[in-house]
Ligand binder design. Structure first.
Ligand code: COA
Length: 457
């Protein structure tokens, strides 16, 4: 053995020793969480299910433990009614498993741009415990946060105690997404399939919307795709494009085939060329296997990926996100239906603004024209009472439904209202036109001298 080999051996032995000294049972690991602690739980597919389940089983041991989380793919055991007083859920994004708990008042929601969350955790919301899931260590002793870098890695960076479930099912991803075993306090070894999300169903109407969106996408554009079925409906219509790039908060299964087909090759990106950049992914095992050890995937914390000034470093950024309601001025409500908090702002505004700052950038808000099986219009005279405006009328650029494309940026209030009424469902247009006439004190059909609207009705 020469000196280099000896040194490498010492290095390996050292981290393995450290690793072994930190392995504990799940029961012991969660015993270090104390009543009153703030616990940040790994995000989406990065939720350490085994440890969360243990916490839920032992809920009576704890009082007022604050659970900070975003998108949940699990059934939300810590927000069940019996957890009240034991765990206080503080969600920065709500999902099916915890929406009702917030509506009933025994869990809460925190507004805030996704890219600012790591700063909050380091400053305003001190983290007592980061409860995370990581991959097995590599030969240098580094574990990967795999599917979820976002706020998960930043929380581990600032937490007083880091408890990690080491799970061989967690993929290993590159970018700024690693933690050395010496920086983990307690390791619980438990292999189990990680949480999955099945691809959203894309129906005929969603496909129409996807097609309209694709007409605004050019060869070489750098895409961000948001959450829900609509952003995903665009992907099948991109196979005739060339040299697309991805710098997106999240990714789902749809990107795999586009990358394998070479349509997304990230060639023309200025920032991280050759790599698709995400802060988290959620989908099926196929996606998780695809990102595993894949040098074309770069995963980094959300304060980098979603920072609008970082997003804007690429040219021709196109962001595609969805919403629940748009009013006639172009105010976009994407996270609440009236007072009912449905989800969260996520990275919608981060990317709408990043796209606006990018040379040649465009942002798209795409949605079905109606909701609740066609009984309500999503284009409305006024947002429902209490609704939060997610993307403001000053930020909004394109709005798309299955009836076409409305270009709102640079348009007057009258032009906006007309453009939106044209893409509303026909059965709701008469009441929207009546509101137009009431608001602007002129007939809806009066000719405007300055219409440059793109029309597709
Ligand atoms: N009034 C009443 N109900 C409404 C409604 C409205 N205006 N709009 C939607 N709904 C209902 C739908 O009918 C549906 O209920 P149903 O399944 O019982 O019919 C439910 O609310 C969900 O709506 P849908 O549009 O299908 O949701 P989605 O899963 O496609 O997600 C958003 C859409 C807007 C909720 C989601 O994209 C989101 O949370 N966006 C904000 C954050 C974001 O964009 N982040 C981007 C980066 S990840």
């Amino acid at each position: 053995m020469d000196m280099t080999e000896v040194k490498a051996m010492i290095n390996i032995l050292e981290w393995e020793k450290i690793y072994k000294s930190k392995v504990v049972s799940a029961d012991e690991a969660i015993s270090y969480i104390r009543s009153g602690d703030r616990v940040v739980v790994g995000h989406a597919a990065g939720e350490p299910s085994y440890l969360v389940n243990k916490l839920a089983e032992n809920y009576e041991t704890y009082e007022n433990v604050e659970i900070v989380h975003l998108v949940s793919l699990s059934e939300g055991k810590l927000t069940k009614p019996e957890m009240r007083g034991h765990f206080t859920f503080n969600g920065f994004f709500l999902s099916a498993g915890n929406r009702e708990a917030v509506a009933q008042g025994y869990a809460d929601y925190s507004p805030g741009f996704f890219h600012e969350l790591p700063k909050l955790l380091g400053r305003d919301l001190p983290v007592d415990v980061a409860l995370v899931m990581v991959s097995k260590p590599d030969k240098h002793g580094f574990c990967s946060f795999g599917t979820s870098s976002d706020y998960t890695k930043p929380a581990a960076d600032v937490a007083t105690i880091v408890i990690a479930q080491v799970n061989e099912y967690m993929p290993r991803t590159f970018g700024g997404n690693l933690i050395h075993v010496r920086d983990i306090d307690f390791i619980v070894e438990h292999d189990e399939p990680i949480l999955e999300l099945q691809p959203a169903k894309v129906g005929i109407l969603e496909a129409k919307i996807g097609k309209y969106c694709s007409t605004l996408i050019k060869d070489g554009d750098c895409l961000q795709l948001g959450i829900g079925s609509i952003p995903e409906s665009v992907l099948p219509f991109l196979y005739d494009k060339k040299d697309l790039g991805l710098h997106s908060e999240m990714a789902s299964d749809g990107i795999v085939d586009l990358m394998l087909a070479g349509v997304i090759n990230n060639k023309r990106k200025k920032l991280e060329p050759g790599r698709s950049v995400f802060t988290f992914v959620m989908g099926t095992r196929r996606l998780y296997d695809f990102i595993d050890d894949n040098p074309e995937i770069s995963m980094s914390p959300v304060d980098y990926v979603n920072d609008p000034t970082v997003v804007a470093k690429n040219d021709n950024v196109v962001s595609i996100n969805s919403c629940l309601q748009v009013d006639l001025m172009g105010q976009v409500a994407s996270e609440s239906i009236g007072m009912y908090q449905f989800s969260g702002v996520g990275g919608q505004v981060d990317f709408v603004r990043g796209a606006a700052m990018s040379n040649g950038g465009r942002s798209i808000i795409a949605m079905l024209s109606t909701a609740r099986k066609g009984t309500v219009s999503r284009i409305v005279p006024f947002l429902d009472k209490g609704a939060a405006v997610t993307t403001s009328r000053n930020d909004v650029h394109y709005v798309i439904t299955e009836y076409g494309i409305a270009l709102l940026k640079g348009k007057t209030l009258k032009e906006r209202a007309k453009a939106l009424i044209k893409i509303a469902h026909p059965k709701f247009r008469p009441e929207l036109k009546a509101e137009y006439e009431r608001r602007f004190a002129e007939p809806y059909d009066m000719r405007m001298r300055y219409i440059h609207q793109k029309e597709n009705s």
